[in-house]
Ligand binder design. Structure first.
Ligand code: C5P
Length: 247
C-alpha cells in the first residue's frame, strides 16, 4: 500500500501500555501508518523517558500527554524539562488558567535556549472527551458544556497554546471563537463497530477529519485489536476519505 505522508501525519497512536517491550512491538507493527505517537501517564510513569526514544528511533515524533495542571512555577519548570526530550507537543489543562498557561510558554522558551531541540507545541485540554454535562455538574460547574468548551478553548488560545484537545464534534462550536491557526487534536475516535468504553463524545476517523480535526488520537481500538495492522489500514482509509471530503 502506498502510504501518503499527509494522511499518515493525521494519525496519532496513543501508547497506553506499561512496558517498553510492548511499545517496541506496537511501534514496529504500526509506524508505516502512524505520524505521531502519544506517550501518556501510564507509559511515562511506568518506563520514563526511555519510552519516548522508541518512536524517535523509528523516525517518528512524540506527543507527551502528561496533562500538566499545577502552580505556575511548577508548570514552568516541567515545560522547560519537556524540551529536553525533543517532543513535538505536550498538554496542559486549560482549567489551570491564564498564569499557568503563560508559565508553560515561558518554560519552553527557557528550555529552547538550554537544549538544541525542537520547540514543542503546547496543547490546551478543554473538556475531556470522557466527560459530559452530568460530569460538569458533579464538579460544581453549573454552565452548559458548550459554553465551558468555548471559554476553555479561548483561555488556551489567548495565552499561548498552539492547539487544543477536544472532541471533533466540538470544533464547530469552538472555531468561530478562536484564531484560525490553532491545531485541533481530537481523541474519542472509534471505528463504527467499536465499543465506546469510557469515552462519551466519540466520532469515526472520517467524521473527525471532515469536521476539521488536525490530528486524530486513537488508542484502544488499535492497541487491543487482534489485528492492529488491519485496524490501522481501515483508519488510514477513513482519514483519506475525510480529507477528500474536506477538499
Ligand atoms: O483508547 P482511546 O482511543 O480512548 O484513547 C484516547 C487517548 O486520548 C487516551 O490516551 C487519553 O488519555 C487521551 N485523551 C482523551 N481525551 C482528552 C484528551 C486526551 O481521551 N480530552
Amino acid at each position: 500500500m502506498n502510504v501518503k505522508d499527509e494522511v499518515r501525519d493525521k494519525i496519532c497512536l496513543a501508547l497506553d501500555v506499561d512496558s517498553l517491550d510492548l511499545v517496541k512491538e506496537i511501534v514496529e507493527e504500526s509506524y508505516q501508518y502512524v505520524g505521531l505517537y502519544k506517550v501518556g501517564k501510564e507509559l511515562f510513569i511506568s518506563e520514563g523517558a526511555s519510552s519516548i526514544k522508541i518512536p524517535q528511533s523509528f523516525d517518528r515524533d512524540v506527543f507527551l500527554d502528561l496533562k500538566l495542571h499545577d502552580i505556575p512555577n511548577t508548570v514552568q519548570g516541567a515545560s522547560k524539562a519537556i524540551v529536553k526530550h525533543d517532543v513535538k507537543m505536550f498538554t496542559v489543562h486549560a482549567m489551570g488558567g491564564k498564569e499557568m498557561i503563560q508559565a508553560a510558554v515561558r518554560g519552553i522558551n527557557e528550555g529552547s535556549k538550554q537544549y538544541e531541540n525542537q520547540k514543542p507545541k503546547i496543547l490546551g485540554i478543554t473538556v475531556l472527551t470522557s466527560h459530559d454535562a452530568n460530569f460538569l455538574k458533579e464538579i460544581l460547574i453549573d454552565k452548559p458544556l458548550e459554553y465551558v468548551l468555548i471559554e476553555y478553548a479561548k483561555l488556551a488560545s489567548k495565552n499561548g497554546c498552539d492547539g487544543i484537545v477536544c472532541s471533533s464534534k466540538d470544533i464547530r462550536f469552538i472555531s468561530p471563537h478562536i484564531h484560525k491557526k490553532i491545531i485541533y487534536v481530537t481523541p474519542g475516535v472509534r471505528l463504527g463497530e467499536d465499543k465506546k468504553s469510557d469515552q462519551k463524545r466519540v466520532s469515526t476517523p472520517q467524521d473527525a477529519i471532515s469536521n476539521g480535526s488536525s490530528m486524530i488520537v486513537v488508542g484502544r481500538s488499535i492497541i487491543d485489536s487482534e489485528n492492529r495492522k488491519k485496524v490501522l489500514k481501515k483508519i488510514y482509509e477513513e482519514v483519506e476519505k475525510g480529507l477528500a471530503y474536506k477538499k
